[in-house]
Design a protein around this ligand. Structure first.
Ligand code: FAD
Length: 533
């Protein structure tokens, strides 16, 4: 068994398959294991290991953690989100607490003048909770038909509404029905836009799928901090895979992949040597776009597959103070800090980006890992009060960067810093750590950079657009969602149906598919032997 790519999903698949007794070899192009789940010493002068791409975990099923005996600590953030705003000339902020509902309620009352919006928000989120209850467990099972999934919601009016608003109508409809305040609407909408280029009324419903990805994880949809950074998750998975007998090759240049023959053969170059390996099964961890390069077939993406992300990793010598004084800065920064993410503002930034311009105001969200888990810093940096923050920018589609990535990246970086600075007592630049060569400790990644580093199609953080938690087509019913047109070649990464995010789900599902095939082959061999005897 060969696994092409060693992202976290490849590692999950390798662990299950190794434990089932199969021999597994992973071939990875980069010089490290983990793909988009990695921590790196991004700024060589400082001993801080930042989650370079993905940073929070919600969708990784507890079942996989138990099955593989993983030792992962996923820590709750005390603050869910903080959204600064100016009201009557005064800086204030909307704070949603993960630990104290009264704090969130009071904060919404301060913003809107009544409790109505808070109650409406709870009603709206109840719809996604109902969805999570009905759909979550199915993620680790073969795909059910859309009609079958719909039937699971046919028990009462709230459940039927949950189905309608999440799976049939653009999410903007129910969002606008329940919520009236622009900032609250925007706060909710961000979960439908993270990583993809869309808007609330998008007829493709890709925004609904993205929203569900952000709300159904382990039934709660809570996003937690992986202690030790995302690299700790990958490291734990790598260890589990090695323990199960998997072998790894990094810095691999795939030369040729024979997908069609009964015995799959992979030619690659590693350490300057050409090598060849044969396998009965091939699992593909990278996206369909990369696979197309080896199959010789033209990759035909849909418009919704385009990635939309601007990621900035920063090391700070101190946490900036906020203009809003109601909450301590630490409380605000440890949740997801939203900037320029009002509902109408994001409709405007979407329109501008769709016309090929970087938006005037660039929506983004920022969070400080080290306030929840400072183990990613050396004791020295901890003692000096250093912190890491990560910024995730929206409405930054690949097409904006494709022509002149260097120039647009610089321009975007400035805009995102300006967006943040409007809420700070002192510019973020004054708080950034400085490298020995005098440069600021900021690393920015556009969708073009992400595609170049990881192969993700047009920088789509989910490899391609997120899919429904049920079969959209008749031929998918009862399948694992990992099948390809080639026999014994399966997707085990985010490009599989129900792939995307740090979830291990497609890795698990691909492994289950292979194990089923191996077992059914073994059974039929036994039957044949018995018949001959
Ligand atoms: C900036 C960013 C932020 C994100 N934030 C979050 C987050 O906070 N939480 C979350 O849940 N998800 C997040 N995601 C999404 C999540 O990281 C990915 O969906 C997930 O990690 C993908 O895992 P994977 O194993 O399926 O694929 P990948 O991690 O993409 O792994 C594929 C592997 O294949 C390798 N590869 C590619 N081409 C070749 C080749 N030709 N030959 C050999 N190997 C190859 C790659 O190097 C990589 O190691 C984020 C992603 C990005 C980019």
């Amino acid at each position: 068994m060969v696994i092409l790519g060693a992202g976290h999903n490849g590692l999950v698949a390798a662990s299950y398959l190794g434990r089932a007794g199969l021999s597994v070899l992973l071939l990875e192009k980069n010089d490290y294991i983990g793909g988009a789940s990695t921590s790196q010493k991004v700024f060589p002068d400082y001993d801080a290991r930042l989650s370079r791409y993905s940073y929070l975990v919600s969708l990784f099923p507890e079942k996989i953690i138990r099955d593989l005996g993983l030792n992962l600590e996923l820590r709750r953030r005390a603050t869910g989100s903080f959204t600064p705003y100016i009201k009557s000339g005064t800086h204030d902020g909307l704070l949603m607490s993960n630990v104290d509902e009264a704090v969130s309620r009071r904060s919404i009352v301060d913003l809107t003048g009544s409790e109505t919006e808070f109650e409406q928000m709870k009603k709206f989120y109840n719809l996604s909770h109902v969805f999570a209850e009905r759909a979550w467990d199915s993620m680790l099972e073969p795909l059910v038909a859309k009609e079958e999934m719909k039937r699971r919601f046919d028990s009462d009016e709230t459940s039927r509404e949950a189905w309608r608003s999440m799976a049939e109508e653009p999410i903007g409809r129910s969002l606008e029905h329940y919520l009236q305040n622009d900032l609250v609407r925007g706060l909710v909408l961000t979960d439908a836009k993270v990583g993809i280029f869309t808007h609330p009324q998008d007829p493709s419903l890709v925004q609904n799928r993205c929203f569900l990805y952000h709300l159904i994880g382990n039934r709660t949809g809570e996003w937690k901090v992986p202690v030790g950074g995302m690299g700790a998750v990958a490291r734990e998975l790598e260890q589990a895979a090695r323990k199960a007998g998997a072998e790894f090759r990094t810095n691999v240049d795939l030369v040729d992949v024979d997908l069609g023959s009964e015995t799959k053969s992979v030619a690659f170059n590693a350490d300057g040597k050409n090598e060849n390996v044969d396998a009965r099964f091939l699992l593909v961890n990278f996206g369909r776009n990369v696979l197309a390069k080896y199959s010789g077939k033209v990759y035909q993406p849909e418009a919704v597959d385009e990635g939309s992300v601007f990621k900035m990793n920063m090391l700070l010598s101190r946490l900036p103070q906020l203009k809003a004084k109601k909450y301590p800065s630490e409380q605000a920064w440890c949740g997801t800090f939203h900037s320029d993410e009002g509902y109408e503002q994001m409709n405007a930034s979407y329109e501008q980006a769709a016309k090929g311009q970087l938006p005037d105001k660039t929506p983004c969200e920022v969070y400080c890992h080290t306030l929840t888990d400072d183990s990613i810093l050396s004791p020295d940096l901890r003692a000096k009060g250093y912190h890491t923050i990560t910024l995730f920018g929206l409405d930054a589609p690949y097409s904006l960067f494709a022509k002149d990535n260097e120039r647009t990246r610089k321009e975007a970086e400035k805009k995102f810093l300006t967006s943040m600075n409007q809420w700070l007592e002192e510019p973020l630049e004054d708080c950034l750590a400085v490298a020995r060569d005098g440069s600021f400790c900021v690393e920015s990644k556009s969708p073009v950079d992400i595609e170049n580093s990881l192969g993700m199609y047009h920088g789509n953080i989910f490899q391609d657009s997120p899919t429904w938690p049920f079969a959209s087509l008749k031929e998918q019913i009862g399948k694992w969602g990992v099948e390809t047109e080639w026999e014994n070649v399966f997707l085990c990464g985010s490009s599989a149906l129900r792939g995307g995010a740090v979830s291990g789900i497609p890795g698990h599902n691909a492994a289950r598919k292979v194990i089923e095939l191996v077992r059914s082959n073994t059974k039929s061999k036994h039957r044949n032997v018995a018949a001959t005897a």
